[in-house]
Design a protein around this ligand. Structure first.
Ligand code: SF4
Ligand code: SF4
Ligand code: SF4
Length: 356
């Protein structure tokens, strides 16, 4: 039997996973069965972030923790110092694709988690599917997590941030559309027309519609889906090394920034700040420490230990290059614990599931 994989990822990575699952009969088998999404306002280019911080006299090696609080990034250094940098300054290193992102809370996940909206040491959990609800109940019953109702003020804060992200980025989408830099994924695309529309699109179209115009989120879904294994992602953009067979369109289908059909992004409800959900609570995980209150680690560890999933797709830190994110597929709870915490830069997460 094929392994069942749980993943933790940013909203754009969760959209890619949803596309690959819903359209696996057109792409290839995609064994992710549990999606835990992280709240995400923006992400940074590892290279530019490193250079920007170097200019401020901070080496990535010195940083033991980074927290985004009240419009600033707080870098906790190994000598006990805390250096604060306004987010406005960090924007220089922000990836261009994040400026057109309309999802703050991972709206296609089974469970979304973030620290915003809950007291220190707790996380906010948005339950979106029956599967997510069942996992939450069982993890609570088995004392992996504790939950309590979310405060009204916390709920309003998440809504405010999500709404602000959507309003700001919708302006950028409209601006790009006007200057012939189409934002394909935000165009209304009824499902019946979707498969017909993308029939003839191949990597050359992915390059023109996404990669060359600052829309690629660097998720690695194209690389994983390629049957010929000719897509490469080193540190930068996806590239092709070979010829595409005439009938293949797998990479274009799997990409979360080409067309996304309206059964995945419903434009009638797309302006709702948090998307569809069943309930929202605050939670903490007494057994696990972490930036997210240990909740992501606890949920995935519980799912692994109970055989709900057999492996977990996580993003760990590179031991050679501090804070550089490295995707990893693992069966070990210890790896899930070790990988906890935000890395702040993009990473082709699906590369760890195969491809070249
Ligand atoms: S596109 Fe950027 S802001 Fe949006 S989910 Fe991905 S990393 Fe986060
Ligand atoms: S063979 Fe070409 S069109 Fe097919 S997935 Fe690979 S790169 Fe894309
Ligand atoms: S081009 Fe590839 S890496 Fe970039 S967003 Fe699309 S699927 Fe992800």
């Amino acid at each position: 039997m094929d392994p069942k994989i749980g993943m933790v990822g940013t909203p754009c990575q969760i959209t890619a996973a949803t596309l690959m699952k819903d359209y696996e009969s057109f792409i290839k088998e995609f064994p992710v069965t549990l999606k835990v999404g992280l709240f995400c306002m923006e992400n940074f280019s590892y290279k530019y972030l490193k250079t920007l911080l170097k200019g401020k006299g901070i080496s990535l090696r010195e940083i033991i923790q980074c927290r985004i609080e009240g419009g600033s990034a707080k870098f906790h250094l190994n000598n006990g110092e805390v250096i604060s940098m306004p987010l406005k300054e960090l924007k220089e290193a922000m990836r261009k694709n994040c400026q057109i992102c309309m999802d703050y809370t991972a709206e296609q996940a089974d469970i979304s988690v973030g620290s915003v909206g809950s007291p220190k040491g707790w996380s906010t959990i948005i339950i979106r599917t029956k599967k997510g609800l069942e996992l939450l109940k069982e993890a609570e019953k088995n004392k992996y997590i504790k939950i309590k109702p979310i405060d009204d003020s916390g709920f309003r804060l998440i809504q405010k941030l999500a709404r602000r992200k959507k309003e700001t980025n919708l302006k950028e989408i409209k601006r790009r559309e006007k200057i012939a830099r189409p934002v394909m994924y935000w165009r209304v695309m009824p499902e019946p027309e979707y498969l017909e529309e993308v029939t003839d699109y191949q990597f050359r179209d992915l390059k023109g519609d996404v990669i060359d115009i600052g829309a690629c989120v660097l998720c690695g879904a194209c690389l994983l889906s390629c049957p010929e294994k000719i897509i490469k992602i080193e540190d930068r953009k996806p590239e092709i090394r070979g010829e595409c067979p005439p009938t293949c369109n797998a990479c274009y289908l799997a990409c979360p920034r080409t067309y996304v059909p309206d059964n995945i992004i419903n434009h009638e409800t797309a302006n709702e700040p948090l998307g569809d959900y069943i309930k929202i609570v605050s939670a903490k995980a007494p057994m696990f420490k972490g930036q997210d209150g240990g909740v992501v680690t606890a949920l995935l560890s519980y799912a692994l230990s109970e055989g709900i999933i057999d492996e977990v797709l996580v993003v760990d830190k590179d031991t050679e290059n501090p804070w550089k994110p490295i995707p990893k597929l693992t069966k070990q709870v210890e790896d899930v614990v070790k990988a906890a915490g935000t890395k702040y830069s993009a990473c082709p997460i699906f590369k760890a599931m195969g491809g070249s």
